[in-house]
Structure formats: structure tokens, C-alpha cells
Design a protein around this ligand. Structure first.
Ligand SMILES: NC(=O)c1ccc[n+]([C@@H]2O[C@H](COP(=O)([O-])OP(=O)(O)OC[C@H]3O[C@@H](n4cnc5c(N)ncnc54)[C@H](OP(=O)(O)O)[C@@H]3O)[C@@H](O)[C@H]2O)c1
Length: 309
């Protein structure tokens, strides 16, 4: 019997693409959605069990756990994908705006993780957090969203450090821009507000194009999730972008932060020492991601419900 994977926010975009890919490859999936219509749509996919769950609700998350327990097959993986976008200048946004986004993008991931972590510890399984290039990049237009994804990055690293030893691998998938309903859902969720940007002003106009059709479908992100869930040597971060420019912009920002930290440091490193540091970190990263016999995860299949790997 195969231990299933749980994917939150499966009604559209990256979550739907991930569930579809997993189902196509014979993985059994619990897919959370928030409407009966979405549940019905997902139930048509082989091996997919839709579960109604708003990740802001403790009661919903408790019911999700009951559904997993009722199956009796434990859990191999969790993809914390449910999330919302937010556009607007920070000075024009309230603490409630921040709470609303954090309640889904950060606390939602924490709520679901805590509800199932014992099952993942039992299986020695995987946690995949759906971050974003906004977990590295910050912009004037997307402060709250960037804050939430930076928080999810720190959450991922802290959880990785905590769960590494008992054998659960935690990673972040870091997408750039892909097709999804994130813009449509933002405009539906957040009442019309005056524009901090042209995009925001236009977004509420009748007939506004919120389709994100200029970006590719989220298949590459789903593929990264599959690798993170099932490869014997999963990575810590998967930067998945539609083009080289988005990847480079993200890496440039990460490099800039390194240089900013060093520039006014009380004990700065020379240019040469920074190069040597990168070499040292490359070695360390390979050791962490390819731990060999000591830490390699065996796989998601079990002989009987509840049995350990
Ligand atoms: N698309 C991109 O370019 C991109 C880039 C970087 C990161 N991401 C991240 O990818 C994830 C998925 O976003 P997406 O772009 O695929 O957007 P999407 O099409 O809007 O999908 C978001 C999913 O999250 C669900 N969701 C929203 N609020 C929820 C809540 N309170 N409880 C449970 N589920 C909730 C939505 O369900 P409903 O349909 O019920 O609202 C939907 O299934 C997000 O974490 C997002 O930040 C996306």
C-alpha cells in the first residue's frame, strides 16, 4: 500500500497542476479545496480524495486529519501550497490586511503541518512549502506578500533544522510567475482600492485581464514538487522560473544581501574570502542534500496501514 500525499489549495494553479501530476504518476493524494464544486472536479482524478478545508480554520484542519486517519494509510508527504496574493503599498495597508495574508500563507502552513507532523515522523516523509521568488525579492507593490513568503522561507529552514534528525525532509519550492488564478482571486478577495500601481488600478476595471496567460502553465512547479516528494536526494530549495531573467533577478538579490551584510559588518570578509565562502558552502550543500546511507529516505511504500518504512 502506498502512503498518500496531502496537497493544500488544490482547486487551481500550482496546487491543481501538482495534484494532477501526482495522480498521473499513480500517487494517492488528499487534495484540499474549499467548495463542493471543486471537490467534485478533483474526485474525477484517479487516486485523488478531495477534502474540504480552509487552512485558517482549526476545525477544518482537525476534520482533515480525521479524513487521513480514516484512510488508515498514514502520510508520506505534505505540500503546503494554499496561498493568496496581495498587491498594494505597505503604507496603504492595515494590520488586518497583513493578518489576513499571514493567516493563510504562513499560519495556514503551520496549522496543517502541526496537524499531521506525527504521521510524517512515522513515515520519515517529506514537507514541501510553496514559497515564491517573493521570499527573496521584496518590492514596493507587494510588501505583505513578500513578508509572508520571507516568513515561509524562515519557517522552512527552522522546520528543516528541527525535523532533519528524526528523518523528515523539509524544503521550499520557489516559483517565479506561472499561470494561476492568484490575480483573479486577489481581486475577488480584497475590496477595490486605489492604485499604488497601474496594475492595481486596472485590476478592478470591468474586463481587466487577470488571466496571467502570458506566463506558462505550472507544470514545471509540479515537477519540482514531485522531485521534492520522491527523489532519494531531495534539494532544500527549488527555484523554478519561466525564464532565465526571473532566476537571475532572484539570485542577484540573494547575492546583494550577502554583500550588504558583509559591507558594514564588524568583521568583513575580503572579496577573495567571499569566493572561498561560496566554494565552502557548495561543498556543505552537497553533503546536506546527498547524505548517502546515513540520511537517505527509502520511499513512500508500506506493507500495511500504519507500518513504518
Ligand atoms: N502562480 C505563481 O506565479 C506563483 C508564484 C510563486 C508562488 N506562488 C504560490 O503558489 C501557491 C498557489 O498559488 P497559485 O498561484 O496557484 O494561485 P491560485 O490559483 O489562486 O491557487 C491558490 C489555492 O490556494 C487556495 N486557498 C486560498 N485561500 C485558502 C484558504 N484560506 N484555505 C485553503 N485554501 C486556500 C485556493 O483555494 P480557493 O479556490 O478555494 O480560493 C487555491 O486552491 C501560493 O502559495 C502562491 O503564493 C504562485
Amino acid at each position: 500500500m502506498q502512503r498518500p500525499v496531502l496537497v493544500t489549495g488544490s482547486s487551481s494553479g500550482i496546487g491543481l497542476a501538482t495534484v494532477a501530476l501526482l495522480a498521473e504518476r499513480g500517487v494517492s493524494v488528499f487534495a484540499t479545496v474549499r467548495s463542493a464544486a471543486d471537490a467534485e472536479r478533483l474526485a474525477a482524478l484517479q487516486g485523488v480524495e478531495p477534502v474540504l478545508c480552509d487552512v485558517r480554520s482549526d476545525d477544518d484542519v482537525a476534520r482533515l486529519r480525521v479524513a487521513i486517519d480514516e484512510r488508515g494509510a498514514g502520510l508520506w508527504g505534505l505540500v503546503n501550497n494554499a496561498g493568496v496574493g496581495q498587491v498594494g503599498h505597505l503604507t496603504g495597508e492595515s494590520q488586518q490586511d497583513m493578518r489576513d495574508v499571514f493567516d493563510i500563507n504562513v499560519f495556514g502552513a503551520h496549522r496543517v503541518t502541526n496537524a499531521v507532523v506525527d504521521l510524517l515522523l512515522e513515515s520519515g516523509g517529506r514537507i514541501v512549502n510553496m514559497s515564491s521568488i517573493s521570499g527573496t525579492l521584496s518590492s514596493a507593490q507587494m510588501g505583505i506578500y513578500s513578508m509572508s513568503k520571507h516568513a515561509l522561507e524562515a519557517y522552512t529552514d527552522s522546520l528543516w533544522a528541527q525535523l532533519r534528525e528524526p528523518g523528515v525532509h523539509v524544503c521550499a519550492v520557489v516559483p517565479g510567475n506561472f499561470q494561476s488564478l492568484i490575480a483573479t482571486n486577489f481581486v475577488q478577495r480584497v475590496p477595490k482600492r486605489d492604485g499604488a500601481s497601474e496594475w492595481l488600478r486596472n485590476a478592478y476595471e470591468p474586463g481587466a485581464d487577470l488571466s496571467r496567460s502570458q506566463f506558462p502553465p505550472a507544470d514545471a512547479v509540479a515537477e519540482a514538487c514531485h522531485h521534492a516528494l520522491f527523489d532519494p536526494n531531495p534539494h532544500r530549495r527549488y527555484l523554478v522560473t519561466p525564464d532565465a531573467d526571473e532566476a537571475l533577478t532572484t539570485l542577484r538579490q540573494a547575492a546583494m544581501e550577502l554583500l550588504q551584510l558583509n559591507r558594514a559588518a564588524s568583521h568583513p570578509r575580503s572579496h577573495e574570502e567571499l569566493h572561498a565562502l561560496l566554494d565552502e558552502m557548495t561543498t556543505l550543500m552537497h553533503e546536506q542534500e546527498e547524505p548517502g546511507d546515513t540520511g537517505a529516505v527509502v520511499g513512500p511504500t508500506v506493507d500495511a496501514p500504519g507500518a513504518s518504512k
